[in-house]
Write a protein of this length. Structure first.
Length: 576
């Protein structure tokens, strides 16, 4: 707990409302214009509620109600809530990719909190990029804050089968293309796979990132695994409202919570979940905003010593609703206690260990014991070599084991449209041993590093019964995806990376056990080919795309903007 307790005169909002000058008269009169009483907002902490709701974001469809429940908690604790709408970033509908706009959301959150008379914040997010985006902005602003996760949707079902969003889409699309299921069956699944509001109910990027936020100490205990439609969820929202008021008086900020212990806890939880590969980009960026540098190799270090104990799709069998019933994120962390820094701090004002008190695991198949894991280690693996000098990532439990050590000829595509056309060509010259390569899909080349990395299996192979093959890209893939996909190749081809040198037929060797990826060309030939490579034109004439292309970092650096990295803030606005 911080030694310093804030008094009314210490509150940031008092600079707007507490003075007797002309400017404060204007601030108070405009609050009265909106129908508030002076007693509503004077002498109280003011809480900014960052709400990423929109009419086209199914993950956050319940946020119109949840924001009212947060407000209720703020009022109950003696604070004054103000809702601040922010960029929604609906994963399903924002094109070319929400990743292009994660940094824009982070900037917006930071500036919304800076420019308004708020003393602390509740950050409402969950759809993939809204967790890192809001948290990055909140860390940089460094006011007391709590992250409120959207929560996963309930299980999907069709034809008596339980369906998991994302993962079963890829699975059954392959069957449809292979001709093993009917169009009617496909249409029935389309209507049944997403039944309620909330994020994907698999351990995709959304639940990976909300779990990481909780492991960092930025959410209330257990918040990350509560389903969006569960009655516990609105109660948790109100609890966030009450707790943020207390945090303001305690002056408990992200800089008081986040340290090396917090980040290592997040690395442990990520690997135990076999979490989304996207977490590698987001956690590097989030930690970087707190001034805690982490290297891509550290994900691999932790993967080799942390067993995968969450039996959740796409790497396992169960879904997030089952995970919650089994005890959820708190139960998982109880199992991981020997590997965690239990003395790391939390938004509760206590420690991570305090938040686990009295918790048990209720289903040993959903949350396995440490000595009976899904896999003993290696939820993710970082590969290096002449094709990826700064690293690339694969998720071994989600791949056909035969591709974890493989040499094969490259089948190269320079853009997504060409690849999409080719995989539907029944005359495509491809074998199961080929290694599909998609380039110009990284942070600059995409732009924004779209989720194109789970390249579809060519239809001609699907009809032969093939369901996995090696695929390499400087793109990302959905956290609900699976397969032998090697992603985030860094540096990307559009930035002069050696992926630009690959041509059809070149041999590539992948050896996950050796953490190695190798293009069978000598250095001189690679350099000559890269020098002659013509990347896509990303010299945008104006706007945010131009800003992005000029300032985005590479994947192993977290894809943050170079001018936003590191701890340290901007001076407070003058109140004139």
């Amino acid at each position: 707990m911080n030694a310093h307790k804030k008094t009314l005169g210490d509150l940031r909002s008092q600079r707007w409302f507490g003075a007797t000058d002309l400017r404060s008269f204007g601030h108070r009169s405009r609050m009265l214009q909106m129908g508030y009483e002076r007693a509503d907002f004077t002498g109280k902490p003011i809480v900014g509620i960052i709400n990423t709701w929109s009419d086209i974001n199914p993950c956050h469809l319940h946020f119109r109600e949840r924001v009212e429940q947060v407000k209720r908690g703020v009022w109950q604790a003696g604070g004054f809530p103000i809702e601040l709408p922010a960029l929604s970033l609906s994963e399903n509908f924002v094109k070319p990719t929400t990743m292009l706009y994660r940094n824009l959301l982070a900037m917006e959150v930071e500036e919304l909190l800076r420019q308004h008379p708020v003393d602390g914040a509740v950050l409402m997010g969950g759809c993939d990029k809204t967790t890192p985006g809001t948290v990055m902005g909140g860390i940089s602003m460094n006011l007391p804050m709590i992250f409120l996760p959207a929560g996963p949707m309930m299980r999907g079902h069709s034809g008596g089968k339980i369906l998991g969003s994302g993962s079963d889409v890829w699975k059954y699309w392959a069957e449809k293309e292979a001709g093993t299921i009917t169009t009617q069956q496909w249409n029935d699944m389309e209507a049944g796979i997403a039944r309620t509001f909330g994020t994907c109910m698999t351990m995709g990027t959304a639940s990976t990132m909300t779990s990481i936020a909780e492991a960092l100490g930025l959410s209330l205990p257990g918040a990350a695994s509560i389903p969006a439609a569960d009655a516990d969820h609105p109660r948790m929202a109100s609890a966030c409202g009450r707790r943020i008021v207390e945090m303001i008086w305690e002056d408990l900020k992200p800089s008081d919570i986040l340290d090396r212990r917090s980040v290592e806890n997040a690395l442990v939880v990520h690997n135990a979940l076999a979490g989304s590969t996207n977490a590698m980009i987001h956690l590097v960026a989030m930690a970087g905003r707190a001034g805690i540098p982490i290297k891509l190799s550290e994900f691999d270090d932790f993967a080799q010593k942390v067993p995968v104990i969450a039996n959740l799709r796409p790497s396992g069998a169960w879904l997030m609703e089952d995970f919650h019933i089994a005890g959820g994120i708190r139960a998982l962390m109880v199992r991981l206690s020997p590997l965690l820094h239990l003395d790391a701090r939390s938004v509760t004002g206590g420690t991570i260990g305090d938040g686990l008190a009295g918790m048990s695991v209720y289903n040993d198949d959903v949350i396995r014991p440490l000595d009976k894991p899904i896999v003993e280690s290696g939820g993710t693996a970082i590969l290096y070599g002449n094709l990826a000098p700064h690293g690339c990532v694969i998720k071994p439990p989600a791949a056909d084991p035969r591709f974890l050590k493989h040499t094969g000829p490259a089948l190269v595509f320079d853009d997504y449209d060409a690849m999409s056309a080719a995989v539907n060509d029944l005359d495509l010259d491809v074998t199961p041993d080929h290694i599909m390569v998609l380039r110009n899909a990284g942070p600059i080349g995409g732009p924004g590093m779209p989720e194109w990395g789970m390249l579809p299996i060519p239809k001609v192979l699907l009809r032969q019964g093939v369901r996995d093959m090696l695929r390499i890209s400087d793109a990302r893939m959905s956290g609900t995806s699976y397969g032998a996909c090697i992603l985030h190749v860094s540096p990307e081809s559009a930035a002069g990376g050696p992926l630009a040198a690959v041509r059809n037929g070149d041999l590539i060797t992948v050896d996950v056990s050796e953490r190695r990826i190798h293009l069978h060309l000598d250095e001189a030939e690679i350099a000559a080919r890269v020098a002659s490579f013509v990347p896509p034109d990303r010299a945008y004439p104006r706007g945010y795309n131009r800003l992005f292309a000029q300032h985005v970092r590479q994947a192993h650096e977290g894809c943050d903007f170079d001018f936003l990295e590191g701890a340290g803030g901007i001076p407070e606005p003058e109140i004139h």
